[in-house]
Design a binder for this molecule. Structure first.
Ligand code: AMP
Ligand code: ZN
Length: 113
């Protein structure tokens, strides 16, 4: 847990967020700058800087299951959705606490920009 990390502060409750789901390993909340009609962020409760720093398979599995759960609760399972983990500078990672974006509610394009 880091006082300087925005997402750690959301986990700790000192920065507000619109929580939509949680499990023992992670929490899911609405992105403050949504890039799709549904845009959720799924993060681990403990500080992990990025996917490149992840090593706990149970934790990663729980985060993916939480991503699928929030997609289901957003009504995205039938139409489809995208799960993205921006990792490092070239991918445009701006918050250095591992997170999965869950995006849906519109047609996604490929390749991504
Ligand atoms: P990334 O660019 O992959 O690091 O994504 C970070 C995401 O976190 C962006 O989509 C931001 O809009 C989102 N974000 C940053 N701060 C907050 C916050 N306090 N509440 C909700 N979403 C946030
Ligand atoms: Zn953190």
């Amino acid at each position: 847990m880091s006082d300087h990390c925005i997402f750690c502060r959301i986990v700790g409750g000192t920065i507000p967020a619109t929580l939509v789901a949680s499990n023992t390993h992670g929490i899911a909340f609405r992105d403050q700058h949504p890039q799709a009609p549904s845009h959720l962020v799924v993060i681990p409760r403990r500080h992990v800087a990025s996917l490149a720093d992840a090593s706990d398979g149970a934790e990663l599995g729980a985060l993916l299951l939480l991503a699928a759960e929030v997609a289901r609760s957003e009504g995205l399972s039938e139409t489809g959705y995208r799960v993205v983990a921006n990792t490092g500078d070239d991918a445009g990672q701006t918050v250095h606490h591992l997170h999965l974006h869950v995006l849906g509610g519109r047609v996604m394009h490929w390749p991504p920009g």
